[in-house]
Design a protein around this ligand. Structure first.
Ligand SMILES: [Fe+2]
Length: 139
């Protein structure tokens, strides 16, 4: 989907599979976008490309969190509030990044950011998301 030349920073691992194919596919798309952003930072792609990638990150993150939140609401998931707060926290970080970038601060996107996004996703998937899907499966 998104061609990258640089060694990917976000590598999909078996342990990230939650057992819900829609959630897993969306997670993998987010990994691809993070890798494309990482590649754009390392190879110093133009700001138009970077802006498009950041917008893709923002849109896919919103769509993905909405998917998970709808699934949680459908079963009255007891940890909905805390899970949603974690989502909102990342969304505001992504929003701030996009705003900073649009504000002509093209240096706002760094490998520290792509590292942070990778670690955030891995940690969130292995923790909150797997716990959530496990709850659905035990319903
Ligand atoms: Fe989540």
């Amino acid at each position: 989907m998104l061609p990258t030349l640089t060694k990917p920073i976000a590598c999909w691992q078996q342990e990230y599979n939650t057992g819900n194919s829609q959630v897993d596919e969306q997670h993998q798309q987010l990994f691809e976008i993070v890798n494309a952003i990482h590649d754009a930072v390392v190879t110093k792609k133009n700001s138009y490309t970077m802006q498009e990638l950041l917008e893709a990150l923002s849109n896919h993150t919103i769509e993905h969190f909405q998917t998970e939140e709808a699934l949680m609401m459908a079963v009255d998931y007891p940890e909905y509030d805390i899970h949603k707060r974690t989502h909102d926290c990342l969304l505001s970080k992504v929003d701030r990044l996009l705003l900073k970038f649009r504000d002509r601060n093209t240096a706002a996107v760094t490998t520290e950011i792509t590292q942070f996004l990778t670690e955030w996703l891995a940690h969130h998937i292995k923790g909150e998301d797997k716990k959530m899907i496990q709850f659905f499966q035990n319903q």
